[in-house]
Design a binder for this molecule. Sequence first.
Ligand code: FES
Length: 135
Amino acid sequence: MESNPNSAFFQHHSLNYIEMAMRTDRMERIQNPDGYSKKKGDCGDMVEFFLKGNREKIKSVSFMVQGCMNTVACSNTVAEFTQGKSSETAWDITPEQVIEFLETLPRDHYHCAELCVGAFYLALVDMTLGKPGYY
Ligand code: FES
């Protein structure tokens, strides 16, 4: 009997991963963001972050991903950890935190966490220092 690939996905992933991979409400292109970045990984995946806010408070974190579901899960996790925080606190986010939170990010996709956190740092630089975050 053939197994359903969807049930394999739900069996093999943590609840945190499933929520972060499926959540779509933060996937949007914001007009006139206070912080913006665009970063392409070696694998070809592309992540854009859009921040609204200032040094005292990041009011919203949105993103767009051209890439895999792991990258979506990592971007949502970055947004979850940083929205509502001060820029100083938001700098503390690391790829390791993202990997730990998601629990089931495949080891061969840890670079997705590095790409997303790196892209987020660039958006923070743009928001706090006014330096464009395109690399
Ligand atoms: Fe490369 Fe996701 S597969 S960033």
